[in-house]
Design a protein. Sequence first.
Length: 230
Amino acid sequence: MTTKKRRFLSEDHMYRDLAVGLLVFFATSPVLDRMSVSPRFKSYLVVAFLLFALFEITRRASDVWIGLALGLPAVAAGIYNAETPDTPAINLFPTILAGLFIGFLIWRILKDVIVGSRITSERVFGAVCAYLLIGFLFADFYGFISLVDENAFSVSESIEAGSVDGGDLGRDGILTYFSFVTMTTLGYGDISPVSPAARTLAWMQALVGQLYLAITIAGLVGVHIARQKE
């Protein structure tokens, strides 16, 4: 007899819960910036949210152990990053760990969405969660590039003036904005990739974003139609 793992929120609607959490997280980020919240607090908030995401999507013991193996070092590095915000060379390490952990979350969600037995609405919410996390993952990639090469991106004066400061809080918010603008192919032009690595990653993300919508969402609609005909 197996013991069912208890969750903070509904297991039947965990992707709905996670999608709401993601949207709230992104929506409140500019509010926190406007309130001049310290970078340390925001780093802790990211750590807490990643742990919440891991807790929500893991269902098997193997997933838990893999998630913890990737997540705990990322959390520890994230806390260290929060305590040492002015050491960009050292902050490369938590950036890499966070990317690996977010990549695992995306893989686990897509696997459940594609081959799992969830109802159609939960599959859709799962696809939305994966899409948002992909944008977050590319923002992490851009952060890595900007730490290696501080001139990798050209930022307009209006964007720089709107950031809280020149530290990680402003940089992370700017790169997250650039990531989602690129993935949705909006292309406002207020932030431009300059270095070869940044330009390559930008067009790859735009391609991934379009293919994801065309393949994943269309496939989910097909599954829903097929079930209605049964």
